[in-house]
Design a protein around this ligand. Structure first.
Ligand code: PEP
Length: 251
């Protein structure tokens, strides 16, 4: 199980450090659950330093697929590993929607992340219209195959996939536990096909989309739901930590 908080474009350096310290203190040693937060890029090094001695892991919200060069505004994978990042969220629907992120760029980023020892949290998920038209499985299949083409993983821990139905992100509307399980089981088949049963069967598939303390236990209790990617509820230490507690109970 992995519970990861996506802080999006929230917090300044002071509040980010404070929130991370509070979460790190409250979770103590959450094993076997892993817990990560993904602050805005400019706060990564301060947050990483503040929780260095704790079990809280750090991730970034995006990165570029080149290692250096004239790419104004971009952040290289080595810059993330240098400040202590373990994870990087890739292909979040907000990046796809507002910044033109395409399956192909998500794929280049995912390959580069793994090459540098960063664990990509690759986000996939259908829009409401696509679900209503009965195309959710096709859309997610296309996204998973495209994002992961040529990604080489030696161990299940090298990669995380997050199923985030776009209609559930920040809307207060979640996928039902059955809807989540159905799509996660499908993603599991795709991962087994690509990486073989042992690795593909153990790669964590997170659910994301309005996961909160009140619905976490049911979602995390599904067979193929191996954790959560949490947006809004990760900005409050109590809410986030109660989702971590739900994950511990679901293991
Ligand atoms: C997200 O942004 O990845 C997310 C799941 O957001 P929220 O929990 O706010 O729906």
């Amino acid at each position: 199980m992995l519970i990861a908080g996506n802080w999006k474009m929230h917090t300044d350096v002071g509040s980010a450090v404070e929130l991370a310290r509070e979460i790190a203190g409250d979770i103590g040693n959450p094993a076997p659950v892993k817990v990560a937060v993904c602050p805005p890029a400019v706060n990564l090094s301060e947050v990483a330093r503040a929780v260095n001695e704790t079990a809280l892991r750090i991730g970034a919200q995006n990165m570029f697929f080149e290692e250096h060069g004239a790419f104004t505004g971009e952040i290289a994978p080595t810059m993330l590993t240098a400040v202590g990042c373990r994870y990087v969220i890739l292909g979040h629907s907000e990046r796809r929607q507002y910044f033109g992120e395409m399956d192909e760029t998500v794929n280049r980023k995912a390959r580069k992340a793994v090459e540098h020892g960063l664990v990509p949290i690759v986000c996939v998920g259908e829009h409401l219209k696509e679900r209503e038209a009965g195309h959710a499985v096709d859309v997610v299949t296309r996204q998973v195959r495209a994002a992961l083409a040529g990604v080489i993983v030696a161990r299940p821990d090298d990669l995380v996939v997050a199923y985030e139905p776009v209609w559930a992100i920040g809307t207060g509307r979640t996928a039902s536990p059955d809807q989540a399980q159905e799509m996660h089981a499908h993603i599991r088949v795709l991962l087994r096909d690509q990486f073989g049963g042992a690795v593909g069967g153990a790669i964590e598939i997170l659910y994301g989309g309005s996961m909160k303390p009140g619905n976490a236990a049911e979602l995390l209790g599904q067979k193929d739901v191996d954790g959560g990617l949490i947006g809004g509820a990760s900005l409050n230490a109590d809410s986030f930590v109660s989702i971590v507690e739900a994950a511990k109970n679901a293991v």
